[in-house]
Design a binder for this molecule. Sequence first.
Ligand code: ZN
Length: 247
Amino acid sequence: MASIKCPKCGAPVPFDTGVKFVKCPYCASQIYVDRSGAGFYYALPYMVKENDAIGMFKRWAAGSTKAKDLDKLAQVAGVKRQYFPVYMFKRDLNGVEQVFIETAGSTTLPGLHSLKVPAGDLKIFDPSFDTQGAELVKPDIEMLSYLNTLPGKPKEQALVYFPIWKIDYVFNQKKYEIVLDGSSGEVFSAEFPMRSSTAYVAVAAVGFLAIAAEGLVATSSMLAAAILIAVTVVAVFGAALFVARRM
Ligand SMILES: [Zn+2]
């Protein structure tokens, strides 16, 4: 249940959706539940087109922490555009304006709790706004549940529909998903197929043992040990390079 701060005693007062007035259980004052703050609706236009979204996903999948050839082997199973609702709070913190973004829809999708609304790109969201066929996700979190917890004084609050691409893909018979910020192209992912580190660990272990053994050689011949260590370092470097390219 949402709550509102009692303007008289400061206590948090819970209220049901739909009510206009609520009585403070501590000081018994009548409180008007003001929802007028949510008057403005904005939307961000899609800067990333569908083909670009898939290209950005592939580039992300080619990253060094991803499973080998993920960019080539991942099969895109679905591409969906969604307008996800967030609240934008402008607050006055000792004369300095600060913007806070909070989700207005409950979601388990990655990244949606850290979206950044680029200033200047906001368009008024009204019936004439072209959503380009994107599904509008309905807000189901009350704005008031954030209002009382934010620092500073309220300057403006608005609902912003944020453009996202949701891309589902399959790798090794397992389904994964990413969220791509349709405004900036940033990729968010909770879980993805990772590059196996076993080969790297093996190379490092062999190198370590070799150098430890060569350290013993150094007690009888410094020069022999120096040559052996130099050879080992080159070999470990070469093996690591091989692992990086082939495995
Ligand atoms: Zn009160």
